[in-house]
Design a protein around this ligand. Structure first.
Ligand SMILES: Nc1ncnc2c1ncn2[C@@H]1O[C@H](COP(=O)(O)OP(=O)(O)OP(=O)(O)O)[C@@H](O)[C@H]1O
Ligand SMILES: [Mg+2]
Length: 372
């Protein structure tokens, strides 16, 4: 199935296979940053991708082909992102050894940290750094990634079925971090001992990550995402998913300060019901994110708070969501911009600006493949 590498390649097309959309992004180097040379997004039929896993390979293959037909994306080598229960990322501490030695030993070391059978997994690792303990032991910190072979096989099949080559598999949240924070992931806040939280909400999945000193040190996914918000509205009003989706987008959450008017085309009796159901769902969401962030903070000795959260993903466009998150998570919530480091030519602006929030994963995957 070709070689698997998490985090290094020379491919420049980022391919994000999501629950709702397949997106492709092509970048080239431009000065110290990037320029967009191709962009496309195509809808995926409902049920073809479930919780980040490809269920219907054929449907995904035809969506990928459609992206290539409709967009200016060229080239066959793609970098894809995986994000589901079958890819696991752990930061682990091991006694120091050379890289080559670790490559041989990781197979045996990994099982202690990975809740999947190692024989059924593909492993990759990255050495983050080494240090001395107070009792003078030489240790190293290693980022370990394990992905279930069968899950990777479906991805390979969907990509190869569309006549493309898989040159790299990346963890989606690493790509998201790259698109929001740049290649070295450093932010001004990192210097002061604070960590940055990342929340990316799409339709089937939310990615939660924590970045400290440029390194994504924590990563978790949740199935509380856009589709769940829609489903909550559908259930409470006994509507179809599509009807509820429309209401979710037009009504959104209530204004936390109070006083926002109901949109003119929505029944004034229905709007508060929509808002209430969304508010309940978002409160569950906040509790889940809090649990993740608290877990991270108790695991690390250096960082005491997550002061700032970057928010992205199409689902993050829910009206008034940032103020709910700020209040619930007691952190500054900033809308992240995946296009901050990317020049967008006039002919692609309309399409990509309309999908700015949704583009983070594909942009970050493509960024990972450009040699600067
Ligand atoms: N204005 C909006 N307000 C609220 N939600 C929105 C808005 N626009 C889009 N969404 C939500 O964003 C979600 C779609 O996100 P996106 O297309 O990025 O998902 P995806 O990448 O295909 O899926 P995933 O990564 O979860 O597998 C849907 O749940 C949709 O309702
Ligand atoms: Mg997505």
């Amino acid at each position: 199935m070709g070689s698997l590498s998490f985090g290094s390649s020379s491919s420049t097309v980022g391919l994000d296979i999501g629950t709702d959309h397949v997106r492709a992004v092509q970048l080239r180097q431009a000065g110290a940053g990037f320029a967009l040379s191709g962009y496309g997004a195509v809808e995926v039929p409902m049920g073809a991708v479930v919780e980040g896993e490809i269920v219907d390979i054929e449907a995904v293959t035809s969506a990928i082909k459609e992206v290539w037909r409709r967009s200016g994306v060229r080239g066959k080598d793609v970098s894809i992102g995986v994000s589901n229960q079958k890819v696991i990322v752990r930061l682990i501490d091991l006694p120091f050894m050379e890289r080559a030695e670790l490559a041989g030993a990781i197979q045996y070391q990994a099982q202690d940290y990975i809740p999947m059978a190692i024989e059924e997994s593909i492993l990759d690792f990255q050495i983050i750094g080494d240090y001395m303990t107070p009792s003078d032991e030489h240790m190293m910190e290693v980022l370990l990634v394990a992905a279930h072979r069968d899950m990777i096989s479906s991805t390979v099949a969907a990509v190869e079925g569309a006549g493309l080559r898989l040159s790299q598999i990346d963890v989606s949240s690493f790509a998201i971090v790259r698109s929001l924070m740049g290649l070295n992931g450093m932010s001004d806040l990192d210097e002061s001992g604070f960590a940055t939280g990342i929340i990316h909400i799409s339709s089937g999945i939310t990615n939660i990550a924590v970045v400290e000193k440029g390194i994504p040190r924590f990563n978790r996914i949740s199935s509380l995402a856009g589709n769940q918000f829609t489903q909550a509205v559908a259930n409470v009003l006994n509507l179809t998913f599509d009807e509820a989706e429309h209401l979710k987008i037009t009504v959104g959450l209530p204004d936390i300060e109070g006083g926002a008017a109901v949109p003119p085309d929505v029944d004034p009796a229905v709007a508060p019901i929509v808002q209430d159901s969304l508010e309940r769902e978002v409160n569950k969401f906040i509790a889940e994110v809090r649990r993740s962030l608290d877990y991270y903070l108790t695991q690390t000795s250096q960082v005491r708070t997550i002061q700032r959260i970057l928010l992205t993903g199409s689902g993050a466009q829910l009206k008034n969501l940032p103020s709910f998150l700020e209040k619930g998570l007691q952190a500054q919530v900033v809308i992240g911009d995946p296009l901050a480091r990317v020049q967008v030519p006039a002919n692609l602006q309309q399409a990509v600006f309309a999908d700015r929030m949704g583009s983070a994963t594909a942009i970050g995957l493509a960024m990972g493949g450009v040699e600067l």
